[in-house]
Design a protein around this ligand. Structure first.
Ligand SMILES: [Zn+2]
Length: 409
């Protein structure tokens, strides 16, 4: 028995040593002494006056700013309308802010919030994108004025595609830059449509919680794939010199690529299989992205009934260091509750229309349920389908996450 436990400890020790490399950099893990920078970008496109204008991002940005300063000690820069031309969330200003956001310094914590419109187009290089589409965020000057037009103009008609900022640009300016330093962390929140891969991070399926499918994936990697990987790694990388030369599998090129092509591939595949192994590589900067919707979905971005930011703020206010799992469950529940409120509103509107029509015809109010209103019914069905297509919050990351770990801002 003692022998087995000794072996287990030795195995654990060896695995940690092999996975993390021989010389660990000095990490500053005391968060209170680290440099903290936040950038909040919340375009509202003319607000209420404009058909495509948004209202909630300004309020979200203000509450988030107070939270980041008071609770976590961040230095916050905001880009939103109404604070002078330097702070306008224009194409030039957003690019400049993003370009200068990540410093060439180790041990810095970053928070980026984008709440506004985003969209997707067919990607030139389909291999880069799982769904064959590239996502982009939309600065305030990329969307034309729609307030003067009596007829609503379609989004595409007023969108200036030369002034949008693509996911690959964000990846280069944020993710690739932070990967050149040590011990830093970037937490990005994208409260917008089609936002799951706006940072083009590698993993998202393996970070899902809540559904039967995601639970099955997590259980199988926890009880089957990871223990098998650890065991095989220990027994196959036999000699001390082999161990010292060992490169963590997340870098794809170590001897494990030869020994265990199948399991290594699970961690290194370009597309997230959902079965990715969670391997310890603490020296690498952590990059995570909390987003309001899958790539195929819209977000309730102009709706008090369920924006992602409105859901996250009370969570972080009451629990400064939630686990990733708590973040996702809380976000999903808040957004689902918002969706229910939206369904209810649409149903109430339709019932009201029917009641009015019944009264107009002079029928008994008891018969309003049987009144046929094809036009209103079509409108109701349209809104219901829109709400159904709406968001399902996602968590993506550059390496697979342990969902029970805490997010320390
Ligand atoms: Zn994954």
């Amino acid at each position: 028995m003692a022998q087995t436990s000794h072996q287990t400890n030795k195995l654990k020790e060896a695995f940690t040593r092999m996975s993390t490399g021989q010389s660990l950099p000095q990490l500053n893990t005391d968060r209170s002494t680290r440099k903290k920078r936040a950038l909040l970008i919340t375009p509202t496109y003319g607000g209420k006056a404009n058909h495509w204008g948004l209202v909630s991002p300004i309020n979200d940005a203000n509450v988030m700013k107070t939270l980041l300063i008071n609770q976590y000690g961040y230095t916050v820069r905001t880009l939103h309308e109404g604070e002078g031309s330097d702070s306008l969330p224009t194409y030039e200003n957003i690019k400049q802010a993003i370009d200068s956001f990540i410093l060439k310094e180790d041990n810095v914590d970053y928070v980026l919030l984008y709440a506004g419109h985003s969209d997707q187009v067919e990607a030139k290089d389909r291999l880069e994108e799982e769904d064959g589409r590239s996502e982009f965020i939309i600065p305030c000057d990329a969307l034309g004025d729609n307030s003067v037009h009596e007829v609503k103009r379609e989004f595409n008609e007023i969108l200036d595609t030369k002034k949008v900022i693509f996911d690959y640009y964000l990846h280069e300016a944020l993710v690739e830059k932070i990967q050149q330093v040590k011990g830093s962390q970037l937490v990005a929140i994208f409260d917008s449509c089609h936002s799951c891969t706006l940072l083009n991070l590698r993993h998202h399926r393996c970070n899902r919680v809540g559904s039967f499918k995601s639970s099955l994936r997590r259980i199988s990697r926890r009880i089957l794939l990871e223990p098998m990987e650890k065991y095989l790694e220990y027994t196959l990388v036999r000699t001390e010199s082999e161990r010292s030369r060992h490169v963590p599998k997340t870098d794809a090129k170590g001897p494990m690529g030869v020994y265990l092509p199948f399991l290594s591939q699970l961690s290194n595949a370009k597309q997230c299989s959902g079965f990715c192994l969670r391997l310890p590589t603490p020296e690498k900067p952590q990059v995570i992205c909390i987003s309001a919707a899958k790539d195929s979905q819209f977000a309730m971005e102009n709706n008090q009934n369920g924006s992602l930011t409105t859901a996250l703020i009370p969570l972080f206010s009451s629990e400064p260091q939630p686990t990733y799992e708590e973040i996702m469950i809380f976000a999903q529940q808040s957004v689902a509750a918002g969706r229910d409120r939206n369904f209810k509103q649409v149903d109430e509107w339709y019932a009201k229309k029917k009641r009015e029509a019944t009264e107009k015809k002079g029928h008994s109010p008891a018969f309003w349920r049987f009144t046929r209103l094809p036009e209103e019914r079509a409108t109701r069905d349209y809104y219901i389908s829109q709400i159904e297509a709406h968001s399902d919050p996602q968590l993506s990351s550059e390496r697979p996450l342990r969902m029970a770990a805490r997010l320390v801002l």
